[in-house]
Design a protein around this ligand. Structure first.
Ligand SMILES: [Fe+2]
Ligand SMILES: [Fe+2]
Length: 479
């Protein structure tokens, strides 16, 4: 369920890419068996965008927040952004077959999942049937629906959360409602905390922008490996402009086989533009920040603690957010992660604008603001690796301290750029790599990462299947 910081000016959000915008860079029970409406009275629409929801006598219940049945987390939407309703089991419009189904984690990846999909605007049936036996989807949940965002008034976004799942287990599921189901898909929950035999695989890609041909090729390559990923991290800038629903439709459609099978973790990029469309269509953890709900958060997956951060703050408030509230949250989160290293030995941060890279944005004001704010804290708490996008290429830094200087005699942090999953490739800024750079290549790429309790192995790939050898690194736990 999405929050509503979407109507902020797009100008500061896209400032870093301004020069490129003109170019290529530029069951049968009622819903109340699963959802509890926790706020009354009914929310009224804020006036923009227009209310495209059901008529007042439709019987649908408008809501602000609810706790999905069996869950410990609350799903909240912000007043005035768009219409949010309790979903049902039986309301179907003219095109009720679910499209663009995808799965993500709004809370603990080992026990919780959220399913998001689209239908025509008149369909409110929001049922998920799921189970561990493909032939017997014995469990059912009903979620919520929302509409709104530029160009999105023709679709309803359905979002249904399920909790109490068994860790490290393959679940089969279908979404929709009776007579109008999606195909049966499957995904796997994360391993339980406290194990010592983790064998985790995930991929990192970013900056698809509006080149959906390359985006589809990258997704096909990612899923065609001998070891399909447990999940994907996307380093931001999915589309050219996040407020354009048509672009999101293409983005989802071209990644459809993988998005329904491997949970997707989204990092917000400047081109995603804090748009309602972005926030409405991805179900991510909401509890880290009230003002940036779902935009920054952390989670453990097996032997890795992940910080997912937002470096395009509301109102371009770098001092107050990036170097203020969010930095304070990062510090507290890393303090806890540091204390838990015996159980979760690796720490990875992911955000869009790379602090230490060498390409077109490396001297931008917003990039410098991120560089000054976060790396010293990453260094202080021993973040092993940082993944970013924004620069449409591949790059890996030396092992550096919080200023970008190479370390000696101790561990530092490696900064990767894994972007260019469609956006026009960049070249080096000024024709030369920066001093912190270990290797740069202007190439379409993605990373495969394999993590156990004793090693974190990163392997970057080109689209022809070859490995970018200079970026192939293995990390061991810090002592
Ligand atoms: Fe970009
Ligand atoms: Fe970007």
């Amino acid at each position: 369920m999405r929050t509503s910081i979407a109507l902020v000016s797009l100008v500061p959000l896209l400032a870093a890419c301004q020069s490129s915008l003109g170019t290529a860079d530029a069951g049968s029970t009622t819903p109340t068996d699963v959802v509890t409406v926790t706020d009354t009275p009914v929310v009224t629409d804020g006036g923009a965008p227009a209310d495209t929801g059901p008529a007042a006598d439709s019987g649908l219940v408008e809501m602000r927040s609810y706790t999905p049945m069996g869950c410990a987390h609350t799903v909240t939407a912000t007043t005035g952004s768009h219409d949010n309703y309790v979903g049902d089991r039986t309301t179907f419009g003219a095109m009720p077959t679910p499209a663009n189904v995808h799965v993500s984690w709004p809370a603990d990846p080992s026990t919780v999942a959220a399913f998001v999909w689209q239908t025509d605007a008149a369909t409110y049936a929001s049922v998920v049937q799921y189970g561990t036996d493909m032939a017997a989807l014995s469990q059912t949940a009903v979620g919520s629906v929302s509409t709104g965002g530029s160009g999105a008034n023709g679709v309803t976004i359905h979002e249904t959360h399920v909790c109490g799942l068994t860790p490290d287990t393959t679940y089969y599921y279908r979404v929709g409602g009776e007579g109008h189901w999606s195909a049966v898909q499957h995904f796997k929950t994360a391993p339980a905390a406290g194990r010592t035999d983790y064998n985790v695989n995930f991929v990192v890609a970013g900056d698809s922008r509006d080149n959906f041909t390359v985006w589809q090729q990258v997704q096909q390559r990612i899923m065609s490996g001998t070891q399909p990923p447990d999940f994907q991290l996307f380093s931001g800038d999915a589309v050219l402009l996040g407020t354009q629903q048509g672009a999101w439709q293409s983005w989802f459609t071209n990644a459809q086989p993988s998005l329904a099978a491997a949970p997707f973790v989204m990092v917000h990029g400047n081109h995603d533009a804090l748009a309602i469309n972005y926030l409405m269509q991805f179900a991510q953890p909401q509890n880290a920040s009230a003002s940036q709900s779902e935009l920054y958060f952390s989670f453990d997956y097996g032997p890795v603690h992940f910080l997912v951060l937002n470096d395009t703050p509301p109102n371009a408030d770098y001092a107050g957010e990036v170097a203020g509230t969010e930095l304070n949250w990062i510090r507290t989160d890393l303090m806890h992660a540091q204390a838990n290293r015996a159980h979760v030995p690796f720490i990875i941060a992911v955000h869009h604008k790379p602090a230490f890279a060498s390409s077109q944005h490396s001297a931008d004001t917003d990039t410098v603001a991120v560089r000054n704010a976060w790396p010293p804290v990453f260094d202080q708490y021993g973040v092993d690796v940082v993944f970013s996008g924004h620069e449409h290429d591949f790059e890996v830094s030396n092992e550096v301290d919080g200023t970008g200087a190479s370390v000696s005699g101790r561990r530092g942090t490696r900064y990767y750029v894994a972007a260019g999953a469609g956006a026009q490739l960049y070249t080096l800024n000024g024709g030369a790599a920066r001093p912190w750079s270990a290797y740069y290549e202007s190439v379409v790429n993605f990373l495969r990462v394999h993590a156990t309790m004793t090693s974190l192995e990163i392997t970057p790939y080109r689209m022809d299947g070859t490995v970018i050898n200079q970026g192939h690194l293995t990390f061991t736990p810090r002592s």
